[in-house]
Ligand binder design. Structure first.
Ligand SMILES: [Zn+2]
Length: 346
């Protein structure tokens, strides 16, 4: 094969994907925007953090490509055919409800007059939630080893150096994500208590307060969405528990902001955390759109799958514009999802 043609065909960044896999546009999913000096020391936690400079690079990346920035309401209207878009769209969403959405992201979006959504987990905003991925980081840097009971056996994980801390973090994450409602909370609280960590301190320090959420809800550029009460892995919950988590967060945010809450983001929206059962249970709470963390673009076929809209997330560990371009064109999603275009729960 001619080397040039070969490069064009094989290069995953190839624009050849764009006509077929870039779709109507892209929903971007972000969490924390924080300076490099404050980024986490654990790789998994860095994956939800990007710097303000890179965040602004993302906004300019889509502006240069003539994408129209739209809100979740406009996305819903565009998919339903009630809003005609004459170019591709980008829709920005943030999950959990971090304070940096208020202190940093809001100013940058305001500068460009770009709308965005913040999907808040209500117990984090109350300051009582377990922001356990950051608690674990504090715990692992506070001790030489972590001891805990699991199914009647005593376990001990070393956290004396960087690689053992990363391993311990992954082991504890797997355990926590596999526990149902009460067991999860008891496990995290016991672990924190035993190692001198306040399990709620990180939520109080890192997350928005209700006065911030109310102020943002009144900003015409900002949509406040729901992200459950306690941020559980839905696969560990019953249908009733899932519905309660979704419906309660919607009710609480509506009451606190005095505004309708019509959009929802699944806590842990990947293949291991939400599928058809979990989606159907949460959908009963009644939302216009529900977003996952499957990484793919939006197509007209999503009109029939408003409860499973994929989003592109850029990890702080691999934050480059060339990677973003491979998502935007659909090159990475095409390969990840077997060259399907309308990605839902697969
Ligand atoms: Zn989340």
């Amino acid at each position: 094969m001619n080397p040039l043609i070969r490069k064009l065909v094989l290069d995953p960044a190839s624009k050849l994907f764009a006509p077929v896999y870039s779709g109507m546009g892209t929903i971007i999913y972000l969490d924390q925007i924080i300076p490099e000096s404050r980024m986490s020391k654990i790789a998994s936690n860095r994956s939800i953090e990007i710097t303000p400079d890179f965040f602004e690079d993302i906004l300019q990346f889509f502006i240069r490509r003539n994408y129209q920035a739209i809100s979740l309401d406009e996305l819903h209207a565009a998919l339903n055919g009630d809003l005609k878009l004459d170019r591709k769209f980008v829709c920005y969403t943030f999950d959990d409800g971090y304070l940096s959405n208020y202190t940093t992201a809001r100013q940058i979006f305001a500068k460009y007059e770009i709308p965005f959504a913040v999907n808040v987990c209500t117990s984090f905003i109350d300051g009582t939630g377990l922001l356990w991925w950051y608690c674990l980081e504090d715990l692992l840097f506070n001790c030489k080893s972590v001891r805990f009971q699991m199914d009647g056996t005593e376990r001990e994980l070393s956290c004396a150096d960087t690689s053992s801390r990363e391993r311990a973090f992954d082991t504890l994450t797997d355990i926590i994500r596999g526990l149902g409602m009460d067991r999860r909370d008891k496990f995290i609280r016991d672990l924190c208590d035993a190692h001198g960590i306040d399990p709620e301190e990180r939520a109080r320090r890192e997350c928005l307060r209700w006065e911030h959420v109310r102020e943002m809800a009144n900003d015409p550029l900002i949509t406040i969405g729901a992200h459950t009460v306690n941020h559980h892995n839905f696969t560990c919950l019953s249908d009733e528990e899932i519905l309660r988590e979704a419906a309660e967060s919607k009710r609480i945010i509506t009451e606190k902001t005095n505004q309708p809450v019509e959009h929802f983001a699944y806590p842990f929206g990947n293949r291991n955390a939400v599928g058809t059962r979990e989606g159907a249970a949460a959908a009963k709470a009644g939302f216009k759109t529900m977003t996952t963390t499957r990484k793919a673009n939006i197509f007209p076929g999503h009109r029939k799958h408003l409860e499973a809209l994929p989003r592109i997330m850029l990890s702080g560990n691999y934050a480059t514009l060339s990677r973003l371009e491979r998502y935007r064109t659909g090159a990475i999603p095409a390969k990840t999802y077997g060259f399907r275009r309308t990605v839902t729960y697969e």
